[in-house]
Design a protein around this ligand. Structure first.
Ligand code: LCS
Length: 402
């Protein structure tokens, strides 16, 4: 079967954050905030969900569950769920985990908030790399735990960990936990096994727990391969792995994610304190994703590769002063536009007002992100082309002949 990623799907009136929630999320503004564009005129390249339909195999499984007609309290009792997910990790990353260490959560963010609470005492510290997905910081802030940041090194748009600085920070005995993004949002880096090994060794030598958030691990450019951090440290029980079908299959609203907690004590605390009911439709959807989603995903990845190539070609031709490297992972492009727009400018507001494009940028990524915008490329190519063209016009307005 060939899937159609060119289809433009109307998301209005579905309570989608993407279409209806941008004023609050991006601009911290009420619904009355006005723009020169109508809501339906915006090209939306912001929040990390996709403009593509969830695979028909998943929808069919949910329809079959709907036919069972009763939706009472539900938890995962059937081992078939864990087996389906294990088969997925074995087939796609050659990683065997013990299904007894798997728990589920209504999202990775809620799991982060909980794990920080279970692992950290008030005087502890959490370390993250920056730029960072902002919820890593929110998870520390919510639990009133001090945050320490280690800036990634940026060389012409390629990011690497600053191991010397990270190791110095890790030696602080108060640093108890690292929330780590593998692969990395927003820079799109797929960490190599060597980088992961060095990073993991520094943490473990300094008694630091690691939450390895691998939510983007299925979304790699075709020539890259994901390495689960825990695969490299089979004897450690201090690495918690988070994965989910939400980004991969565009089902974040179904709110189901997998958390692998190898440490018996921590898993016991989780099981005592976590509210472990799941949505019955989400369980069948996730299970169908892991059993029947391979072909759809492979086709999606090819389409995304095409969108990244289109973006690279467009930027080098029309906005040659941008710094951009095709992201190794995620469907998010991370673009330095500081040659066109001063870093003091509010990038989100600038593009909403001058281009009719919704995107994220700059200070939405904790720190070490000035001058950058993040573009969500998981949309039909025609939408991408329009979005990029509007961005070009907004940035080059008045610079004709420049
Ligand atoms: N972890 C990372 C690294 C993410 O990028 C996201 C979503 C989540 C967790 C969310 O997990 P959930 O609670 O839905 O399971 N990232 C988004 C982003 O970058 N913009 O919008 C959402």
């Amino acid at each position: 079967m060939t899937y159609n990623f060119d289809e433009i799907i109307d998301r209005r009136n579905t309570n989608a954050l993407n279409t209806d929630g941008f004023r609050d999320y991006i601009f911290k503004a009420p619904p009355s905030m006005k723009f020169p564009y109508k809501d339906e005129e915006f090209i939306r390249m912001w929040v990390a969900d996709m403009e593509f339909a969830t695979p028909p195999e998943i929808i069919k499984a949910m329809q079959a569950r709907l036919e069972r007609r009763i939706f009472g309290y539900t938890m995962i009792f059937d081992p078939a769920y864990g087996e389906a997910f294990l088969n997925w990790t074995v087939r796609r990353y050659g990683w065997h985990f013990d299904p007894a260490t798997l728990v589920t959560s209504n999202g990775i963010i809620p799991a982060l908030y909980e794990l920080v609470e279970y692992l950290c005492e008030p005087e502890d510290k959490i370390i993250i790399f920056t730029p960072s997905y902002a919820y890593f910081k929110h998870a520390a802030d919510y639990n009133q735990i001090e945050l320490v940041t280690s800036d990634l090194i940026n060389e012409e748009g390629r990011y690497t960990m600053d191991f010397d600085s990270f190791e110095r920070l890790a030696k602080d005995e108060k640093v108890k936990l690292c929330i780590f993004c593998n692969p990395h949002n927003p820079t799109g880096r797929v960490w190599t096994p060597e980088e992961l090994k060095r990073f993991g060794e520094i943490c473990l030598e300094n008694d630091i727990w690691i939450i390895s958030d691998e939510i983007h691990c299925d979304l790699l450019r075709r020539e890259f391969k994901h390495t689960p951090l825990a695969k490299l440290f089979p004897d450690s029980d201090r690495i918690i792995t988070c994965m989910a079908p939400s980004k991969t299959f565009n089902m974040a609203g179904l709110m189901i994610s997998n958390i692998i907690i190898p440490n018996d004590g921590l898993r016991k605390v989780w099981k005592q304190r976590h509210y472990s009911f799941e949505n019955p439709l989400s369980i069948v959807a996730a299970q169908a994703a892991y059993t029947s989603g391979h072909e759809w995903l492979d086709q999606l990845l090819t389409y995304l590769d095409g969108n990244f190539e289109y973006t690279r070609d467009f930027l080098s031709e029309h906005l040659p002063k941008t710094v951009f490297k095709i992201s190794e992972a995620t469907y998010l492009a991370w673009v330095d536009i500081s040659a066109y727009l001063p870093v003091e400018e509010d990038y989100c507001l600038f593009f909403a007002n001058n281009a009719g494009v919704l995107l994220e940028g700059g200070n939405l990524f904790v720190s070490n992100s000035d001058g950058y915008i993040r573009l969500n490329l998981a949309c039909p190519r025609a939408v991408l082309a329009e979005g990029l063209s509007r961005i070009e016009k907004a940035l080059t307005f008045g610079q004709i002949g420049d």
